[in-house]
Design a protein around this ligand. Structure first.
Ligand SMILES: Cc1ncc(COP(=O)(O)O)c(C=O)c1O
Length: 389
């Protein structure tokens, strides 16, 4: 049986008429960059996220970059974030000449361990970027408490978490800025690159709109240096066409996650600690990924591939161990939970179209590998790690 990690063709065939009509509309208008389709998408995403303003941008990466630029963050400044994330988070900070200051993760949620943030604040700290990894929001109360106490800017990296909730509030709506990615594999994906920033603050929204067009206002007059961070109308039109389906896709992902939880519980591998399942600590986890923890991760991944099951490792190398960040001088072991997560985690197929038969095949394949190879427990060490904080 074949179980792809993601099946975008299945999604497209279910909503083909709507997506094709949205693309045809843009072609008829011949208005390709920004314009009415982008404005419509900005309003829709801002409303969906419980925020006031949306600013369409070229990608989730550029969303992060533009927010840091809007706050004039650069050389000499420090920004606190997690080392266990996609490169864009730390990359945006470093590209501007600022220093990413890493804080290790909570081993249960893989999000930054907010109890460790405050001790890292220095007179140079300007911002915190919490990442809502895999579709679950970070502990935002503590992030905001530290930020308010030290007058720091909070940029939520919600690239993987559109529609996720923390204490009834949506991802992107709590900090000063929220950044989304419409990369095709995201829960709300475009047909190429695209992103969105949301903010409650009208002045910040205005500044971002100027920055995304090379800092030009009026046209060809540049008071600030920006970049080409503009969103294409085709991508905006596709995102708008897909948005009405997002809640039912999220519900299907949550259903698939519960089914995995139950099927894995029945194998006995959770009780024996040989597999650790995702832990939900917030109101609405949108399961961009369903990530398990196992001891023999790489061998399991190869075995699943041989059994037709697509998986992915998000992420094999934490940021502080990336070659380009050698200059930050972090040794191996500096952030032990991030390093352990990088060795032990594996994302399983969780897309809305996953069938029960496919889910059973995934679980049976994992079980067969773990039992055959007598894979050791990982759960106990996770508990020890958490207690050692
Ligand atoms: C956590 C995180 N931040 C930022 C990004 C960057 O988004 P994009 O690929 O749209 O540039 C991604 C996308 O993969 C992501 O997962």
């Amino acid at each position: 049986m074949n179980v792809p990690l993601l099946d975008l063709k299945a999604q497209y065939s279910a909503i083909k008429a709507e997506v094709d009509a949205a693309i045809a509309d843009v072609m008829e208008s011949q208005h390709f960059i920004l314009g009415p389709k982008v404005e419509q998408c900005e309003k829709a995403i801002a409303t969906y996220s419980g925020s006031a303003h949306g600013i369409g941008v070229s990608s989730g990466s550029d969303a992060l970059l533009a927010c840091l630029m809007a706050e004039d963050i650069g050389a000499g400044d420090e920004v606190i974030t997690t080392p266990y994330t996609f490169f864009a988070t730390a990359g945006a900070i470093a590209r501007l000449g600022a220093t990413p200051v890493f804080v290790d993760i909570d081993p249960r949620t893989y999000n930054l361990d907010t109890s460790r943030i405050e001790r890292l604040v220095t007179p140079r700290t300007r911002a915190i970027i919490p990442v809502h990894l895999y579709g679950q929001m970070a502990e935002m109360d503590e992030v905001m408490r530290v930020a308010e106490r030290h007058a720091l800017i909070v940029i939520e990296d919600a690239a993987q978490a559109i529609g996720a909730e923390y204490k009834g509030r949506r991802a992107g709506s709590i900090g000063h800025y929220g950044c989304f990615s419409f990369f095709p594999s995201k829960n709300l994906g475009a047909a190429g690159d695209g992103g969105m920033i949301v903010t409650k603050d009208a002045a910040r929204a205005e500044k971002l709109k100027v920055l995304r067009g090379h800092g030009s206002k009026p046209k060809y007059y540049h008071r600030v240096i920006g970049g080409n961070f503009r969103l294409d109308a085709i991508q905006a039109a596709i995102v708008s066409a897909k948005l009405p389906h997002l809640d039912s896709w999220t519900a299907a992902r949550q259903h698939n996650a519960s089914r995995y939880d139950q099927l894995f519980a029945e194998t006995g591998l959770v009780r024996s600690g040989q597999i650790v399942l995702p832990v939900t600590t917030t109101d609405r986890h949108i399961f961009n990924q369903y990530v398990i923890r196992v001891a023999m991760r790489d061998a399991l991944q190869a075995d699943l591939k041989a059994n037709g099951v697509g998986t992915e490792v998000y992420y094999p190398v934490p940021m502080h161990r990336q070659e380009c960040f050698d200059y930050l001088r972090h040794d191996a072991g500096a952030f032990p939970e991030s390093e352990r997560a990088a060795r032990e985690t594996l994302a399983l197929p969780i897309q809305p179209e996953l069938t029960e038969e496919q889910a059973r095949h995934v679980v049976a394949s994992v079980r067969s590998f773990i039992e055959t190879n007598r894979s050791p427990a990982v759960a106990e060490r996770a508990t020890v790690g958490a207690a050692a904080k």
